[in-house]
Ligand binder design. Structure first.
Ligand code: BG6
Length: 488
């Protein structure tokens, strides 16, 4: 089947002067254009935001941002900015502002740009999203003789009822097929490869179940702290910021059944079924942590409570470890451990599948623990690749074993950099492919799963920045006779 190509359209960024536009959206759009994905003449970008800015100033701002992100200084780059970018100041977000946007689009979509296809990318604070969608509709911007798609950034609600209310509001103005909820983890090349790995390699499919798998661990570790986002993070915490979305998405991709086809509806159905099969989480199976300062070689890394915008007695969690049980035929009895934290020793996103030990140990002279379990490590970032770990006999006597691995490294196999997640996702919006986006049902069901943890009071245990989290997190795995996998 031939790949769909991008049809001419106008790409409108609401909240266009923010960090996301400059760091992610514009580099992705420019790269898509460099790859020849965007129609040269007929794909235009309109930035709309509150700052008073001339169109020229906006073009220069984007140009400089692209230069800083590594785009070569060329007359082509400058020309692209001048020819394809437009800017409109939206003062208070009143109806008149949106009518002015409608007038601008009508002008740009004039002669030669029919049908009028439109993408609205809401790079806005969550509180302004509902009124923005209402205004877009009131100003007639969501009706067109072409297609209209609207992209939403996370967070998508802050609990089950807010997500449900937001979905209800969106559905009053848009069909679900027009709504693209972004979870940038789904755009990562390696997450897509995880799907490919599972469904293109039947040898693993036969191992992928409770008979062969003992436990699954999903780790998203970050070495950075909350950076300049202290005030946002204080309200969110790691459970809302990372677990409800990114880790839950990864978990469903690992655990889902084989879909009937590789398209959005079929994949979303299977992922949702996993979520619906998860037992309520026992608070005993959860550990929350918060990083404290670390003094290393005279350099002090501040604790979370010392970060800008964070209250000095904040109890917000910067680390979460959770055990989950999926009650279906494939996974009953296999614990899924999810773990994420800021200021851990290094950046690592990894899925570790530990296989069951041999039912009978023939090497009687060995200590039972001297034989490691077979493991499949799927590293999503950095150093993307797979490692299948197994035991081999070390040369010489006495008989002993060591763990070795068969490895596959994307960088070595294909060279170069993997496409950026935003580039993949923006292109998918442009061709109308929702496979890598989050459905209304998924987001609500995920919130429903975590709501009891968010509502309940929980202890937050301190861990030193640069460590692997509080010791209470070890208890989450050790209670079941497991230990955390620390990379490869
Ligand atoms: C974002 C979170 O969604 O993902 C951040 O809000 C986090 O707190 C980031 O740092 C991690 O993304 P990545 O792609 O760097 O793993």
């Amino acid at each position: 089947m031939a790949e769909k190509s991008v049809e001419p359209h106008v790409f409108v960024i609401l909240g266009a002067t923010g960090d996301l536009t400059r760091r992610k959206l514009m580099p992705a759009l420019f790269h898509l254009r460099t790859l020849g994905e965007l129609d040269k003449q007929n794909t235009l970008i309109v930035g709309a935001a509150m700052p008073e800015m001339s169109e020229d100033a906006f073009r220069l701002w984007v140009y400089e941002g692209l230069r800083n992100s590594g785009a070569p200084d060329s007359s082509d780059l400058r020309r692209w900015c001048d020819d394809h970018l437009h800017y409109l100041t939206v003062h208070g977000g009143s109806l008149e502002d949106y009518e002015a946007l409608a007038a601008l689009l009508t002008r740009l979509e004039g002669a030669g740009r029919k049908p009028a296809n439109r993408i609205f990318y809401l790079a806005l604070p969550p509180t302004t999203v509902p009124s923005t969608v209402e205004r877009l509709d009131q100003a007639g911007l969501l009706k067109s003789d072409g297609w209209v798609r609207v992209v939403f950034e996370k967070p998508f609600g802050h609990d089950f009822s807010s997500a449900q209310a937001l979905n209800a509001l969106l559905h009053r103005h848009l069909g679900e097929s027009q709504i693209y909820r972004i979870d940038h983890y789904l755009g990562k090349e390696t997450v897509q490869n995880l799907l490919a790995f599972r469904f293109a390699n039947p040898i693993f499919e036969t191992l992928w179940n409770r008979d062969m798998v003992e436990s699954v661990q999903i780790t998203v570790a970050e070495d950075l702290g909350v950076e300049h986002r202290g005030s946002y993070y204080q309200e969110a915490g790691a459970l809302r910021d990372m677990v409800q979305n990114h880790l839950t998405q990864l978990m469903t991709v690992v655990a889902m059944e084989v879909p009937v086809s590789f398209d959005a509806a079929a994949i979303q159905v299977e992922k949702l079924k996993v979520l619906q099969s998860i037992d309520p989480i026992d608070p005993q199976d959860v550990a929350f942590g918060q990083y404290t300062a670390w003094n290393v070689a005279g350099r002090v890394i501040p604790g979370y409570r010392q970060e800008q915008g964070v209250s000095p007695d904040s109890t917000t969690e910067t680390f979460v470890a959770i055990k989950m049980d999926i009650h279906n035929w494939r996974w009953r009895g296999v614990p899924f451990y999810l773990r994420t934290g800021k200021r851990l020793p290094r950046k690592l996103t990894q899925v570790a599948v530990t296989f069951r030990p041999a039912p009978f140990q023939v090497f009687r002279t060995l200590e039972p623990e001297s034989l490691d379990s077979n493991r499949l490590l799927i590293t999503l970032q950095p150093n993307e690749g797979f490692a299948l770990c197994f035991s081999v006999k070390t040369p010489a006597r006495p008989l002993s074993f060591t763990s070795q691995s068969l490895q596959f490294d994307y960088g070595r196999a294909f060279g170069g950099e993997l496409p950026d997640a935003y580039e993949t996702l923006l292109r998918d919006v442009m061709i109308g492919d929702q496979t890598l986006f989050v459905s209304a049902d998924f987001t609500e069901t995920a919130w429903r799963l975590y709501d009891p943890l968010l509502a309940g009071k929980h202890d937050v245990h301190f861990y030193t920045a640069g460590s692997w989290g509080p010791k209470e997190a070890d208890a989450v795995v050790e209670r079941n006779g497991h230990r955390w996998q620390l990379g490869w």
